[in-house]
Design a binder for this molecule. Sequence first.
Ligand code: ZN
Length: 245
Amino acid sequence: MNPSSFINENRGALVLFSGGQDSTTCLAWALSRFSRVETIGFFYGQRYAVELTCRHILRDRLLTVVPTWSTRLGPDHMVDLSLPEHIRNAVLADQTNSLPTAFVPGRNLLFFTYAAAIAWSRALRHLVGGMCETDSSGYPDCRDDTLKALQVTLNLGLARQFVLHTPLMWRDKAATWQLAESLGGAVLVDLIRTHTHTCYSGDRSSLHDWGYGCGTCPACCLRATGWKHYIHIRKRRRTGHTLNE
Ligand code: ZN
């Protein structure tokens, strides 16, 4: 598509899609709002590439959750962002900071900058990411202010009017499950529960109530706690319905 048509295209979105719970919920969010949705994924030397396998299955199955979504989902773009070895080694060697060992410096800045370049070439105006300040584990590039500043920088640097959307920014994991339910009902919740992957250990041997994972790493603990809260909220809501009827 000719980039010059950008100004007339307000309904196209590019979603940062890793195959995890958050980015899959964001993809469903975008499919419910925009007439054209494309996805972008990054390989950056992750210890486990399970998420990248999950993304293909999720893209296929999302098409069946809501009939209109199949007409909206467009191509997937994969980008190799393998970090130079000296940066990876510096991160692993730095045990003095309080950030998780999976931390990659400025990862989300890189993601959105690459996404903007692709969105520019595809005439897509909206960029969507699953960053969250509520459960960010201290990642400074997940902060709302960081991404608001990045939107200004990208718009100046590319002479465009991109809009960065972060629908999960102020949601905890329980609220993210609730958002999925509101977008695609129980079918979407179950798809995300059984086919997304967030475990740092890459473990898909055990299916828990909240999905696959080792059950002990920080990502599994966060996901399990969020699921428990979501189920609690859902039960209370259903009980409330019964009382009001
Ligand atoms: Zn785990």
